[in-house]
Design a protein. Structure first.
Length: 356
């Protein structure tokens, strides 16, 4: 029987893959990891070591069976979030069983994870983005590609969120008038200049640089790492209905950029504009405690924020010399009109008097 048991263990090791998992909260249990990783494969064992990695993080080994593509499995696991931490995964470099440590293997029934069961397993740790089902990556071939000439384009990360809508006016004041601006997401915009010479001048301009964190050549494969989105918040009681409350709630997912203008006749929900790094849509339910009473809060992402670029006002500019010249031309024209039809008088006094 002992030989048979050893053979079964060896057989399990042959048909399974051990994945190294790290970067999860300290309160995470083996069951939490089991339920979460079950989203992307059949888990047969989870083991969290009682020591830290060289990077000072907790780590674990999760064993899967029926793994067709281990690289895809690792890639999928790296998309998972636990609370506000992004899971990191890699194929284990050695067999976990060779590590000398006291352990109690955790075995659980294979239950398909659901948002409710996962949230309860996390014991209050909020997780706004939990993938429930996996699917292979969609490959786009050359028929989906678009050829864009970006030679005269510049990408820039704007220094302040409030500057994005006014960017056309701000850059016009810096001397760049004939430009086109496209929003790329987050705090990033793309700017089209008239020529390569203008582009070079733009990227070296000190005044322009003061409005941006960085400027660079436009890239075809660029995607902003941040998203600016509107999120609906429900369930906040009247006596906690304040800017401080909503800034604190919104800070769970990122930086609150602005709040929807308040209406005195609407206290059912509040919309927050949030800059976040969460790749998945925000959809969360959590509790807050106000003066000893518990309230259930619901958060739902609505849509991506988009700017409304202000147009540069049309102003006719002319120098003082040009104004004097134009006024003189008008006077000459008036004299010409007044003298039309009159015969020339040789005895008339000349407009120009030359004194001797």
């Amino acid at each position: 029987m002992a030989f048979k048991s050893r053979s079964n263990a060896d057989y399990t090791r042959l048909i399974s893959k051990s994945i190294f998992i790290t970067n999860f909260p300290d309160v995470t249990t083996s069951k939490d990891l089991w339920v979460l990783c079950q989203s992307y494969g059949t888990v047969v064992d989870v083991f969290i070591l009682n020591r830290m990695s060289k990077a000072g993080k907790r780590f674990a080994f999760v064993r899967f069976i029926k793994v067709d593509n281990v690289e895809r499995l690792v890639g999928n696991l790296c998309t998972l979030w636990i609370g506000r931490k992004h899971l990191q995964a890699n194929v284990a470099r050695f067999d976990r069983d060779s590590i000398p440590s006291k352990r109690v293997p955790h075995k659980f029934n294979h239950v398909a994870p659901t948002p409710t069961s996962f949230v309860s397993a996390m014991k209050g740790v909020s997780s706004p983005s939990i993938p429930i089902a996996s699917s292979p990556a969609l490959v786009l071939d050359n028929s989906c590609m678009v050829a864009r000439d970006l030679d005269n384009f510049v990408m820039g990360e704007v220094r302040r969120f409030s500057s994005i809508n006014n960017l056309s006016v701000l850059l016009h004041n810096e001397g760049f008038m004939n430009i086109e601006i496209v929003y790329l997401g987050g705090l990033w915009v793309m700017i089209k200049l008239g020529s390569a010479k203008t582009k070079l001048k733009f990227m070296k301009h000190t005044g322009v640089a003061s409005w941006f964190v960085r400027l660079c050549n436009a890239q075809n494969d660029f995607v902003a790492s941040d998203r600016i989105v509107w999120v609906d918040i429900e369930g906040v009681p009247l006596h906690a209905w304040s800017h401080a409350t909503f800034h604190k709630i919104g800070s769970q997912w990122g930086e609150v950029m602005e709040l929807e203008d308040g209406n005195e006749d609407l206290f059912a929900r509040k919309r927050l504009c949030i800059k976040t790094k969460h790749a998945n849509n925000i959809l969360d339910s959590f509790k807050i405690i106000v003066k000893g009473k518990v309230f259930q809060i619901r958060a739902k992402e609505l849509f991506v924020w988009s700017p409304s670029f202000k147009e540069v006002p049309e102003v006719v500019h002319c120098s003082d010399d040009e104004s004097v010249k134009n006024e003189a031309d008008i006077n000459v024209m008036d004299n010409t009109v007044n003298n039309e039809g009159e015969e020339s008088d040789s005895e008339a006094v000349s407009d120009t008097f030359l004194g001797g």
